[in-house]
Design a protein around this ligand. Structure first.
Ligand code: N01
Length: 479
């Protein structure tokens, strides 16, 4: 009998799982989505300028060729439109229970008891597709509640608040900030950008696709696939070695420094924007409009330490900046995987308890003593150089490969010794990566453990996830 599958989240991960179940003829699944629409991060991040800095021919499902991309790096509405297109084409929209947040999931010995505000239901399999960047991080700056103007997080953009003629503060300078700052600068009377740590920035070689190119992508056999493959290989062969401190480290640094020199003529400003840690330690920002925006007459870069937010603006160690709008582009609670859901395994332990020292999972997918639980874009599967959608597809294939096994044997779980060996391999591989090199980032916990990133080539990840589930998994006998 087909297993009953609960999928949590209707973003890139959850939709991919649902589509592949449909394609495999398994229709006994339900997608739980806490919001009123699908799209996950591409629904939530609607700030002006939001887009993907990985080309969409790669940042899309390999099985869903899409000739409608208007440009190499489309903005958020197009990416959301693509996900809606996929949900409709593969008939999964009707299986999504919108505005239904999963609060708790408990393994009762044979099933997952999944609790939402509407009640509790039993499922054979639980697939978590909530991603790593779904809960905004609000900074612990004193006084934020005292501010009398309008403030919001970049992932909760206040579209009703017109920024024309406003004095705006943007706190943060990561990928989200870099995309929204040029758009805010176009409207604001003055924009103060509060930078705590400079980022390495490389250009985004964007280009529009004209009608002929789009026709060619649509009709020329193999063209779209070849283009996708080319982008993938470039990322894998050039960018990955930079992160693993291989041959292209110097190249990446030179490229970023040249970009800074070309776009920022003022040496004082350039000095403030030059990082003192190796490129890739924090996520490299890929953007061509960020630096020019910072050189505009109505924009100032503030690097003093923020002391507090007051009723009128932002106070730093050097003075107070009066503003009427504050945008918190301060990232996400990235290391708290699956929170605030309570997930309890067969030994009565919750994942939060198990992960007190940092989240970990075999292949980023499975956890011992949590049978038939699978994660998409789970611990140690984020990338700093290639498309997450590639990783998600590997994970979904792995889950699909597990289904016949659990159908035969009952609930299955990854063996503890396999998990322990995985941990050791991961730690060894992590040692050569740049993420440990003297910087703080959303890739790691406060204690410095990298819980978010995959330390190998993605080709290796594909190979590992496509291995048959046995012998890494075992059947849970005796309920
Ligand atoms: O978040 P971030 P993001 N006081 O965590 C600062 C993906 N993404 O939303 O660096 C002052 O990178 C913090 O400062 P510091 C992408 O993977 C993808 O920008 O910690 N500042 C930093 O500057 C990306 O990496 C796309 O010193 C404070 C910023 O806030 C990830 O999302 C587009 C502070 C947070 O930066 C997250 O990006 C956009 C404080 N108390 C995003 N607390 C694509 O194109 C935090 N900060 C695919």
């Amino acid at each position: 009998m087909a297993p009953r599958v609960a999928i949590v989240g209707a973003g890139f991960g959850g939709l991919c799982m649902a589509i592949q179940l449909e394609r495999a003829g398994i229709r006994s699944y339900t997608v739980f989505e806490k919001a009123g629409d699908l799209g996950g991060t591409w629904r939530d991040n609607s700030y002006p300028g939001a887009g993907c800095d990985i080309p969409s021919h790669l940042y899309s499902y390999s099985f869903e060729k899409y000739a409608s991309w208007s440009r190499r790096y489309p903005e958020q509405p197009e990416i959301l439109g693509y996900l809606e297109h996929c949900a409709d084409k593969y008939h999964v929209r009707g299986k999504i229970r919108f505005s239904t947040e999963v609060r708790r999931a408990v393994f009762d010995g044979t099933h997952w008891q999944v609790t939402t505000d509407g009640g509790t239901e039993a499922f054979d399999v639980l697939v978590m597709g909530v991603g790593q960047l779904n809960r905004p991080h609000m900074p612990e700056i004193p006084g934020t509640a005292d501010f009398e103007g309008v403030s919001f997080h970049s992932a909760r953009w206040n579209h009703g608040h017109d920024l024309t003629g406003r004095r705006v503060a943007v706190i943060g300078n990561g990928s989200s900030a870099a995309q929204l700052i040029p758009r805010v600068a176009e409207r604001a009377e003055h924009l103060h950008v509060f930078q705590r740590t400079p980022n390495w920035v490389i250009p985004k070689p964007d280009a529009m696709f004209g009608p002929l190119t789009r026709l060619a992508f649509h009709y020329v056999p193999g063209l779209q696939r070849a283009y996708r493959e080319w982008i993938y290989r470039y990322a894998e062969r050039t960018l990955y070695p930079a992160l693993s401190q291989g041959w292209s480290v110097g190249l990446l640094k030179q490229r970023a420094l040249r970009h800074l020199r070309d776009q920022v003529p003022d040496p004082g400003l350039r000095a403030k924007l030059t990082p003192d840690y190796p490129p890739g330690c924090k996520r490299v920002v890929i953007d061509s409009a960020f630096y020019p925006a910072l050189t505009g007459p109505n924009v100032s870069l503030v690097t003093d330490r923020i002391v507090r937010v007051t009723s009128k603006g932002v106070e730093t160690t050097e003075g107070t900046y009066e503003v009427d709008t504050i945008v918190y582009a301060t990232g996400f609670k990235s290391t708290e995987f699956l929170a605030p859901m309570e997930v309890v395994g067969r030994e009565g332990q919750s994942l939060a308890e198990r992960w007190a020292g940092g989240a970990e999972a075999y292949l980023g997918i499975s956890v011992p003593a949590f049978p038939n639980l699978f994660m998409l874009y789970g611990p140690n599967t984020n990338l700093g150089h290639n498309s997450i959608v590639f990783m998600i597809e590997c994970q979904v294939s792995h889950v699909l490969a597990c289904l016949p096994y659990l159908d035969r044997s009952g609930p299955i779980e990854v063996r503890p010794e396999v998990m322990a060996a995985w941990r050791r391999q991961l730690d060894a591989a992590m040692d050569r990566m740049v993420w440990g090199a003297g910087c703080q980032s959303w890739y790691k916990t406060a204690s410095g453990r990298v819980t978010n990133n995959w330390p190998g080539p993605t080709t290796l990840y594909r190979r590992l996830t496509s291995r048959p589930p046995q012998p890494a998994y075992r059947a849970v006998t005796g309920g």
